[in-house]
Design a protein around this ligand. Structure first.
Ligand code: NDP
Length: 249
């Protein structure tokens, strides 16, 4: 029987209380991982894992989470920087607050999420050190908006394009430590985030998607499982995996 090799691996998922994050947590748990869900809202602890409140905009929250998760679940192997928000508006109407909030969560939040865990993973996997090494895998959830832009999302698209650059650079830095860094760029996915889109706009978007439908959170979660897998994607780093129903750039 083949396996993705995620059994017993500790994986952190931000924005894990609902939507894509909660589905990622469920599928990784079903694949045998021990998952820590971090969110600003209350969420259910996955079986064998934990749920805790942590705000990705606060580095201190993420540092505390790293300590707690490693003490309770063991050394972290995988990080999924999934928490994200939208504050959509046409560029000429965009307020400073719309801009700052989105940059804070979607860009600084990704850095804050990954850094405390990356420091520990890097230290454990230092080639100069003795001891077992299992590398690591970091996945940032970008977006089709970062890839090809989207009307009314200059702030959001800027952050989602930026995390692609961040992962490509981190892939260079992590390589010597067997830590891989990749991004996933989902197309439009059915969650509370897209439930806010007015029906008329949804119809217009759907007409442009060759698959003729929005994606489901499970379709992103399986892509995450692939990129985390030390078996299936062991030579994949610095890449962007587009999961968008052929909604090309
Ligand atoms: P949801 O809004 O359904 O879920 C996101 C979760 O992240 C919420 O629980 C949210 O809490 C939480 N969150 C928000 N801010 C923070 C924070 N500062 N710290 C910790 N957690 C926070 O979003 P989706 O599941 O749809 O999206 C998940 C990711 O996928 C996001 O990065 C999004 O940009 C990206 N994405 C989504 C697409 C889609 O079509 N749905 C398409 C492409 C990318 P709260 O309720 O308080 O905001």
């Amino acid at each position: 029987m083949l396996s993705l090799g995620l059994e017993g691996k500790v994986v952190v998922v931000t924005g894990g209380a609902r939507g894509i994050g909660a589905t990622i947590a469920k599928i990784l748990t079903d694949l045998g991982a021990k998952v820590a869900c971090l969110d600003v809202i209350d969420g259910e602890a996955p079986e064998g894992g934990l749920a805790m409140k942590a705000d990705v905009t606060k580095l201190a929250d993420m540092e505390a989470a790293a300590e707690k998760i490693e003490a309770e679940l063991g050394p972290v192997y995988g990080v999924v920087a999934n928490a994200g928000i939208t504050r959509d508006n046409l560029f000429h109407k965009l307020t400073e607050d719309d801009w700052d909030k989105v940059i804070d969560v979607n860009l600084k939040g990704v850095k804050n999420t990954i850094q405390p865990f990356f420091i520990k993973m890097r230290d454990r996997n230092d080639p100069k050190k003795e001891g077992p090494k299992d590398g690591g895998s970091v996945v940032a959830i970008s977006s089709i908006s970062g890839d090809r832009g989207n009307f009314g999302q200059t702030n959001y698209s800027a952050t989602k394009a930026a995390v692609i650059g961040m992962m490509k650079s981190l892939a260079f830095e992590g390589a010597r430590f067997q830590i891989r860094a990749n991004a996933i760029a989902p197309g439009f996915i059915n969650t509370e985030m897209t439930a806010k889109i007015p029906d008329k706009v949804k119809e217009k978007i759907t007409a442009e998607i060759p698959f003729g439908r929005f994606g489901e959170p499970e379709e992103i979660a399986w892509a995450v499982a692939f990129l985390l897998s030390p078996v299936a994607s062991s030579y994949v780093s610095g890449q962007v995996l587009r999961v968008n129903g052929a909604h090309h750039t």
